[in-house]
Design a protein around this ligand. Structure first.
Ligand code: 5GP
Length: 125
């Protein structure tokens, strides 16, 4: 079910539980502000989720309320993870779903990194 990204942060969401160590994950990168881990239901050979450690519902929330340090760390981490995985030359796709129309399911900001095969058209028609 898509979530309403205008609601307050719910600290019982699945990524909050991952951040607290209550649910296991396959971590690919971590720093003071960022955690990245493999998606549990991969849609491409490479499918990693990058999340800020702070409690932000969506890109909208993060871009309005995140600190400059958090935002810089997040953007740099996404690029670093993709570079370290060797994705720059073959290419990759970033996706962030925000709210109902985009079908955001987890109410904690996440950017998907997809790669490992030709990814096709940008959106399903
Ligand atoms: P959204 O639709 O919100 O952009 O994407 C949510 C993503 O979170 C989905 O790709 C889904 O497979 C992933 N996901 C949901 N629950 C878990 C979980 O417990 N662990 C991991 N690693 N990924 C999850």
């Amino acid at each position: 079910m898509p979530i309403d990204a205008t609601k307050p942060y719910d600290d019982q969401n699945i990524f909050a539980k991952i951040l607290r160590g209550e649910i296991p994950n396959s971590t690919v990168y971590e720093d003071d502000h960022v955690l990245a881990f493999e998606d549990i239901n991969p849609q491409a050979p490479y499918h990693v989720l990058v999340i800020p450690k702070g409690a932000y519902v969506s890109w909208d929330d993060f871009s309005a309320n995140g600190s400059d340090a958090e935002i810089a760390a997040f953007i740099r981490a996404v690029g670093h993870i993709a570079r370290e995985a060797g994705l720059t030359e073959p290419g990759y796709r970033l996706l962030a779903n925000i709210g109902m129309d985009a079908h955001q399911e987890v109410p904690h900001l996440h950017v998907h990194i997809f790669a490992g095969r030709p990814l096709g058209p940008m959106l399903v028609r």
